[in-house]
Design a binder for this molecule. Structure first.
Ligand code: TRP
Length: 383
């Protein structure tokens, strides 16, 4: 395949429907920053998926509009560096709409209806029989998001795996029909089980804004402490001396995802590491308040530099929009190369295809000549 496809390229994104939370952080954001700092990819793209957010928020566009800046601030706060990563807005890259149109032909309605993530969301959002076509088709537009940048790696949460699978099906179908054109992407999910899906503070399976069980990256210290102190923990651990359960206990899951030995040294030196703390809790004799206080300190320690950077950018909002505008321009230029390749593969590149014009020009000339010859012959016959 072309040289372009040998490059290591990362693309991922988030819907701007709210501020980003700790689940986003452990599930994807911190990995993006690591990848950026390791220089693991030749090119990195991070997209604010406003068009996708509109597929189920078309009635409340103001919500999407207001959260674009929140997500941008969250990106910059966690340490994504606009000099190393192209941060852009989906709607500002028109090439994505064109690619979506071509890809829509390569997928069936029944396949879209089978997408497990979409299926769950349809139930959650209670669309009933009135599913917006744009919503049902968003996996196709997500394929365009990924494929437009020749992305080889897509860091996402576990819930996005069906999207990447569907993207691969579309890529395969396109390449089979029109020749090798598109790069097949690979999902990158966190390797440790605790980071893959952070439960909510209420113990529900997923941290989410709509469930009101999230700790936001932009929460201040007091808010974090309050949320942590009222967290759901082990229901069977009623007395301090009862043996406790650490498995499926959100407090311990958060610690698994966030606490380092250094945190123990600084905030809870009675224990060397999480293994020791867990052992004591399971044995009995360790109270939830001690563990929660430690967790609040850990989270606040992780969030401290993030809050700091957020303040810096909150004081420079026009600069943040400029970062997004520049990024969108760069993203659009990159996606345009893919669009040209795709148009050529399908054969809708009429005006730039000199061979096509020459060939048809010759064919029609020949036809005109043949017709003229025939007319001449017939005229001669008549005489
Ligand atoms: N669907 C993703 C989410 O809900 C957002 C998204 C849109 C995305 N396009 C993408 C993620 C492309 C990865 C790649 O969070």
């Amino acid at each position: 395949m072309s040289e372009e496809s040998q490059k290591k390229i990362m693309l991922t994104g988030d819907r701007p429907t709210g501020r980003l939370h700790l689940g986003h952080y452990v599930g994807s954001l911190r990995r993006r920053v690591e990848l950026q700092n390791e220089g693991a990819f030749d090119e990195m793209y991070v997209m604010i998926a406003d068009t996708q957010a509109l597929t189920d928020n078309f009635g409340v566009p103001q919500k999407v509009r207001d959260n674009v800046i929140e997500v941008a601030l969250d990106y910059l706060s966690v340490g994504l560096d606009p000099h190393k990563v192209t941060l852009f807005v989906q709607s500002a890259v028109p090439e994505l709409f064109e690619l979506t149109s071509y890809f829509l032909d390569l997928v069936t309605l029944s396949r879209l209806e089978r997408n497990p993530t979409v299926k769950t969301e349809i139930t959650q959002k209670q669309f009933g029989e009135s599913i917006p076509a744009g919503f049902l088709c968003y996996p196709v537009s997500q394929t365009a998001d990924i494929v437009a940048f020749d992305a080889t790696g897509v860091p996402v949460g576990e819930d996005q795996l069906p999207m990447i699978e569907q993207a691969n099906e579309i890529v395969h179908k396109f390449n089979t029909l029109y020749g090798e054109t598109l790069v097949a992407p690979k999902a990158m999910v966190p390797t440790d089980q605790y980071s893959r899906r952070l439960p909510g503070t209420d113990g529900k399976a997923k941290m989410s804004k709509s469930l009101d069980n999230a700790i936001y990256l932009s929460d201040d210290e007091k808010t974090v402490s309050k949320k942590v102190m009222s967290m759901f923990t082990d229901e069977t651990h009623l007395n301090i001396n009862d043996p406790g359960h650490t498995e499926n206990n959100p407090v311990f899951i958060y610690l698994e995802a966030l606490a380092t030995d250094d945190h123990f040294r600084r905030f809870l030196p009675e224990y060397k590491n999480l293994g020791e703390l867990k052992a004591h809790y399971e044995r009995g004799g360790l109270g939830d308040v001690t563990v929660k206080r430690f967790l609040a300190a850990v989270i606040n320690d992780v969030l401290a530099p993030i809050r700091e950077r957020r303040k810096y950018y909150e004081a420079r909002i026009p600069e943040v929009y400029e970062i997004l505008r520049e990024g969108s321009e760069r993203a659009s230029a990159k996606a345009h190369e893919t669009v040209l390749r795709v148009r050529r593969a399908i054969g809708v590149n009429y005006f730039s295809d000199r061979k096509l014009i020459e060939k048809q020009s010759k064919a029609f000339k020949k036809k005109l000549e043949d017709e003229a010859k025939l007319a001449e012959y017939l005229a001669r016959q008549k005489k």
